[in-house]
Each structure stands twice: as C-alpha cells, then as structure tokens.
Ligand binder design. Structure first.
Ligand SMILES: Nc1ncnc2c1ncn2[C@@H]1O[C@H](COP(=O)(O)OP(=O)(O)OP(=O)(O)O)[C@@H](O)[C@H]1O
Ligand SMILES: [Mg+2]
Length: 354
C-alpha cells in the first residue's frame, strides 16, 4: 500500500511534496533513512511485516510492556526490543504499525547522543546484537534497528513529565483547578497555550490496565525522598529545555514529554526507558501551531480519532484498525523521525547494538 497523505489531513504534517519532496517524486531516490525504516525503494510499501511480538532465542523474556519486550542478559543487563505494537487509552491495539518500533528505538538513541544529559542514561555499547544472536539468523535481521542493550536498573515509581504547553491531562486539570500537579498557573490560559516556563508535573506509574495519576512535588518527595525528588525534577527540566531548543531548530514544538529514571546498585540516578519519542512526547509543527484548541501531534492522532468514531468504551479488546489508519499512523511516525533526525539520523549510533 502506498504511503499517502492521510484523508482529511490538515495542518503541517501531510506526506506531500512540500513536507516530503523526495518520497513523492517518482524518479528520485528516497532518503537513506527510509531504507533503515524498512521501506522498499521501488514500491514504497513497508517491506517487512510489522513486528507485534519478538523472538529472541537464548534470552529469557522478563517482561512484555505494552510496546517493548524485555529480555535478561545475565543479571545486570537487558535487551529491550521495541516492537511495532501501538496502544491507545492504555490498551494494546490488535494491529501493529510498520516502522514504528524502529523509529522509537532510533530516536531514543539519537537523543542520547545529541543532548548533554545531566545524568547517565542506560545504554551500553556491548554486548552487540551480533554477539548475542547467531550470524545470519532470522532473529538477528528482525531485531536490527529496534533493539538496545541497556543497564538493568531499578525504575523509580514515578513518570517524570515536563510540560511547556498546556495539553492532555494538564489542560483538563487546569480547567478544573487552575493548577497542574499543585503548580498554580496564570488565569485564562488557552488549550495548547505555551506556559510562562516549563513545569515538572509528575505522575504515578499505573499498574497494567490502570491510568497514571498526576501528583504533586510533595507526593514525589514522599515516594523518593526530597534529595532524589529534587534531582529528578532538575534533570527532567534540563533535558526538556535542551530537547525543546533542538526541536525548535527543526520547526517543531515540544509540548510535553515523559521521562523515566532508575537507580543502580550504588543508588546513582540514571535515565532509562525511551527518550523524547512521539509515544512519550507531544511534538507539534511550529508553523501550524494555533493555541485555543487541541493541536495535531506526531503520534496516535489518527488512531485515537478513528477509535473515537467507533464509540469504543476503552476496555479490551480494541476494535481492528483499517488499513488507511495503519498507513497514516505509520507515515506520521516516519515523518516525525525524518523531521527530528534529518541527516544526523543516518549516522550509526555507537551504542546501537544493531
Ligand atoms: N534500564 C532499565 N532497567 C529496568 N527497567 C527498564 C529499563 N528501561 C526501561 N525499563 C522498563 O521497561 C518497560 C518498557 O516497556 P514499555 O514501554 O512497553 O512499558 P509500558 O507497558 O508501555 O509502560 P508505560 O506505558 O508506562 O511506558 C517499562 O516498564 C520501563 O520502566
Ligand atoms: Mg513505555
């Protein structure tokens, strides 16, 4: 199926000749990173089928998150495989999205390389995927580009969210209370409006099937202790500011983002999980930005809109996704990747095990 502009698309994200010139002119080669995203140059169709579940011979599967399959490498390391699964309203959907897992994995590695992180992240340069899996095996080919070897850390029980703009649960809370996570905000802010300065708005990490709940800095201090709570807040704001400045150079607004942190044996703080992907962040096109309503973002917009039209009650199982919704969503993730990584995205990451 060809990649095409999603029906009814408005705003700046369309896959048209303006935003993606090389992909839409028949005689031009596709940008190099399209190939690493699994797209075939001649037909422009996603070549390998999407990966809903991974198979890693020889490593025990520790956990299946909504999106990631996590394998143990001995006692102290993990192989995190980012599948093409997609969730909406905290439910994993029946279909996977071609290219999504590679985009998420590569973007996280890209940010790890690009930003001056105030705390170490979890990525390890070795062992490589080639050292973990037999040469020429199907598993090796399937996992390339979508896996990362990381240090196994003890995740902190909070989601470290930073907001530069008022959206999602932040907007809902503001409408009810005039504050977000106990931080009072100016009156009469509009939906999606930029905040006077970025704010740290943590939430609980919900158990499977439940929803995260926004909490105050005092509640974070109760969970982590004051010293650690302050460090997480300061580090999160620092990373957000750097990433927002970078995104702005690429014509994108970083409305908000969610980080996860973990501790090592010595109690040192590390950044874990994914970093500044369309799943963990709201990126908006700066040129289409208009406060006063919800902004289209580079993630599950189409999926959510479709599910809302289905009147689904958000309890599993979720409805099947039609092909055009899958295509449009795939195109959206690839577009976010192209915009953010550009030429830099084509370089190999030193810690990418593929
Ligand atoms: N270095 C690490 N050490 C230990 N656990 C980690 C590390 N990095 C990520 N994790 C955990 O791996 C899981 C990632 O899987 P996934 O993103 O699919 O989870 P999830 O079910 O989507 O949860 P959430 O929606 O909260 O992200 C998360 O539970 C995360 O806390
Ligand atoms: Mg996650």
């Amino acid at each position: 199926m060809p990649l095409r502009a999603p029906p009814g698309e408005e705003g700046g994200f369309t896959h048209n000749s303006e935003t993606f010139p090389d992909a839409t002119r028949a005689n031009r080669p596709l940008p190099e990173h399209f190939h690493t995203m699994g797209l075939d140059q001649d037909t422009r169709t996603p070549s390998p089928p999407p990966m809903a579940h991974s198979v890693v011979p020889g490593l025990p599967l520790l956990r299946q998150g909504k999106i990631r399959d996590i394998y143990a490498i001995g006692e102290t390391q993990l192989l995190i495989v980012t599948t093409d699964r997609i969730s909406a309203y905290d439910v994993v959907l029946p279909q996977a999205i071609p290219g999504k897992g590679r985009v998420l994995n590569q973007l996280s590695l890209f940010w790890s390389r690009t930003l001056q992180l105030p705390v170490p992240d979890h990525y390890l340069a070795s062992p490589t995927l080639q050292q973990l899996l037999p040469a020429g095996s199907a598993a090796l080919a399937a996992l390339q580009g979508r896996s990362a070897v990381v240090q196994r850390l003890r995740p902190l029980p909070i989601e470290a969210i930073v907001r530069g703009y008022l959206s999602g649960s932040g907007w809902r809370e503001y409408q009810e209370t005039g504050a977000v996570c106990g931080i009072p905000l100016p009156r009469n802010l509009q939906h999606s409006e930029q905040l006077p300065k970025p704010i740290f708005t943590p939430s609980t990490k919900a158990a499977p099937g439940e929803h995260d709940r926004n909490i105050s800095q005092e509640e974070v201090e109760k969970l982590l202790g004051k010293t650690l709570a302050d460090r997480v807040c300061t580090a999160s704001l620092d990373i957000y500011r750097q990433a927002a400045a970078y995104a702005a150079q690429r014509g994108l607004l970083l409305a908000d983002t969610k980080f996860e942190f973990g501790l090592d044996e010595a109690g040192e703080l590390h950044l874990i999980d994914e970093l500044l992907t369309p799943d963990s962040s709201r990126f908006w096109a700066a040129d289409g930005y208009q406060p006063g309503s919800e902004q289209p973002s580079f993630d599950k917009q189409y999926v959510r809109d479709y599910l809302d039209r289905c009147n689904w009650d958000h309890s599993p199982p979720a409805p099947n996704l039609p092909a055009e919704v899958i295509d449009a969503t795939s195109a959206r993730y690839l577009e976010a990747d192209r915009r953010l990584r550009g030429a830099a995205g084509r370089q190999e990451h030193p810690k990418d095990p593929s």
